[in-house]
Design a protein around this ligand. Structure first.
Ligand code: NAD
Ligand code: ISE
Length: 335
């Protein structure tokens, strides 16, 4: 029996996820959609799917067994709490929520429910290259990881809609999550440096250099550039005690012609992580079909939110900003 899914938020990534849920993956049916812009939901709805008036109506519907949230970050809290209250598994695009208080509320609700219902859209954990990199580090042959260099470049971001806080609370969350996962460590403090501003973004503060200090003493440096024009360029290199392991550049095909030797650059995240998104949903469909969730959890969303908050403080203060986490609830110990 196919899992009956409702999608909230039918913008860029909502439409891409509807495409993969209807055209790429099996064992799943998109039976409903909702968006505050009803016309957008109507245009995105697959044949036969119901267009609900509100996200709350979608969550409450008996025809919807599991939910995919692709609305804007500030809307996630209310929608996640609604899914947990209804006892329905939910895939929520990053960021989990946009404040520490909201993350704690969602975590409290899930812990009170008694088992995991929430999977956060940190798709890098499902990318084959990142998984290989983690396997090398976990294998231990290179010794302990000491430094991780994460490069996160976007060709462009929507002018006016993407504001100066977003490199730190919308984009950095991916690097924060994947660093914690790769190094099996928590971030305990953050520093931010702001180099010369790129003229391409007008008043937008861009680029950023972020230092994530981990509990073990390992340090992650993150370069975030969101208007670099040439493409979506994601790189990563872990320096360990006895060697270095790095992600390959994607796509890996090398073209040689009379202009030289080169690799293409993906246009955006949809292209670079297409297979990672497919895989995160394959694993979600199986877990949600069993009434639960897998992969990045509410705890991981909370941790990334704390990093974003600390980074926003650090960009103002210019100083090291410490992070204090609550004790990890037992529910997330095996996650
Ligand atoms: P978008 O602006 O294209 O689409 C968001 C949609 O949500 C819009 O159609 C909007 O009308 C709708 N919406 C907003 N508030 C709503 C509400 N309260 N109820 C119902 N619908 C609501 O944005 P996007 O690029 O599709 O991003 C959506 C989410 O996905 C964001 O949280 C973003 O950070 C995340 N995202 C993740 C990735 C990734 O790589 N994992 C990539 C892009 C976006
Ligand atoms: C976007 O929302 C994403 O999540 C992309 O993966 C990220 O690279 C981009 O910077 C964000 O704006």
């Amino acid at each position: 029996m196919a899992l009956k899914v409702g999608v909230i938020g039918t913008g860029m990534i909502g439409q891409d996820h509807i495409r993969r849920l209807t055209k790429v993956l099996s064992g799943v049916d998109v039976v409903g959609v909702a968006d505050i812009e009803r016309a957008r939901a109507e245009a995105a709805a697959p044949e036969g799917a119901t267009v609900f008036d509100t996200p709350q109506d979608l969550i409450a519907s008996d025809t919807v067994e599991a939910i995919v949230i692709c609305s804007w970050g500030p809307a996630h809290e209310e929608q996640l709490l609604g899914c947990i209250a209804a006892g329905k598994p939910v895939f929520c695009e990053k960021p989990l929520v946009t404040s520490e208080a909201a993350a704690l509320k969602v975590m409290e609700a899930e812990v009170a429910y008694g088992h995991r219902l929430v999977q956060v859209g940190f798709m890098r954990r499902f990318d084959a290259d990142y998984r290989r990199l983690k396997a090398v580090i976990d294998g231990g042959t290179l010794g302990a990881p000491l430094m991780y260099k994460s490069i996160h470049r976007n060709a462009s971001v929507p002018a006016g809609l993407y504001t100066s806080d977003m490199p730190l609370n919308d984009t950095l969350v991916h690097d924060a999550d994947v660093s914690r996962w790769l190094l099996d460590d928590e971030v305990v403090g953050v520093e931010v440096r702001v180099p010369r501003r790129s003229s391409r973004g007008g008043e937008l503060r861009d680029p950023h250099i972020v230092l994530l200090h981990c509990g073990s003493g390992a340090i992650v440096t993150v370069e975030i550039s969101v208007n670099i024009s040439y493409g979506y360029d994601i790189r990563g290199e872990v320096a360990c005690e006895q060697g270095v392991a790095a992600l390959p550049n994607r796509p890996a095909t090398v073209v040689s012609d009379r202009f030289g030797i080169r690799q293409e650059i993906p246009e955006d995240w949809r292209e670079r992580f297409i297979e990672a998104y497919d895989q995160e949903f394959r694993e979600w469909i199986v877990a949600a079909g069993q009434g639960t969730a897998t992969g990045p959890s509410t705890w991981d969303g909370y941790a990334a939110t704390l990093v974003a908050d600390a980074a926003l403080r650090a960009v103002e203060s210019g100083a090291f900003e410490q992070i204090a986490m609550i004790a990890k609830p037992a529910l997330y110990e095996t996650a």
